[in-house]
Ligand binder design. Sequence first.
Ligand code: ATP
Ligand code: MG
Length: 277
Amino acid sequence: MELLHSGKVRDVYADGDDLILVASDRVSVYDVVLPTMVPDKGKILTQLSLWWFEQLADVTPNHVISGTDVPAEWEGRAVRCKRLTMLPVEWIARGYLAGLGLKEYEKSGTVSGVALPDGLVEASRLPEPIFTPTTKATEGHDEFITYDDVVDEIGADTAARLKEVTLDVYRRGAELAAERGIIIADTKLEFGRAADGTLVLGDEVLTSDSSRFWPADDWTPGRAQHALDKQFVRDWSSTLDWDRTPPGPEIPPEIVDATRARYVEVYERLTGRRWDA
Ligand SMILES: Nc1ncnc2c1ncn2[C@@H]1O[C@H](COP(=O)(O)OP(=O)(O)OP(=O)(O)O)[C@@H](O)[C@H]1O
Ligand SMILES: [Mg+2]
């Protein structure tokens, strides 16, 4: 198969008209791929995404063709999907204040041009979920853009539709996760256009790489939260004397194990299934 693209975490192959999206065990922090793998990470993310795509099937069409009709050596970590023309936007919904959203709020009281009430702190719950798109930078870091920027980029109709779908996916996901004791603070989606023009949810959905997950019983605004997602690795990396440029640091074994345990925990709590690699 032709390798079309090797991303930070996934490799994309063409198989006729289909794509085969293969999730590796690589970890990227601040857009730098670290030299250490987290065993099973790619499989866990792939299986969690497949589960979510099913849960969300009535909210949005998705790119999945099959989670099993893939080359045997990639079984579990690969998805056969429709080839989409991806839109140049990262569709982000936030229900809580964290990460870059928090930084932006502290500077200007807004996130992606959305004005927020005064007095919010780290991890505050927002009055309602907001849409905070970023660019999908091919080089360098993604940056916040306003809703109007999205309209300029892809047109008013598509922007309005996908903003609503993004918020619907977030709301549905957050509600379901809340029943299982997990807060989804925010999440990033990617949409593309299928050959027939349909707008389709692609990439991965509501995973530990694309979302912030916090245990609900430990949620305390005003401090950093216990991260069940990739933030755990970012937090560890920020204890190091590392300038966030390549090469990234080796992850020590205890941090690898703790990261893997968090990815497994999220998978098991959300899906109600046991992780059995
Ligand atoms: N159905 C699809 N059709 C076409 N491209 C897709 C589809 N689903 C996901 N993609 C793209 O496949 C790539 C997945 O790889 P990965 O997530 O590792 O890349 P990345 O490092 O996040 O981003 P990039 O390398 O593009 O900057 C992304 O570029 C994503 O936009
Ligand atoms: Mg990606």
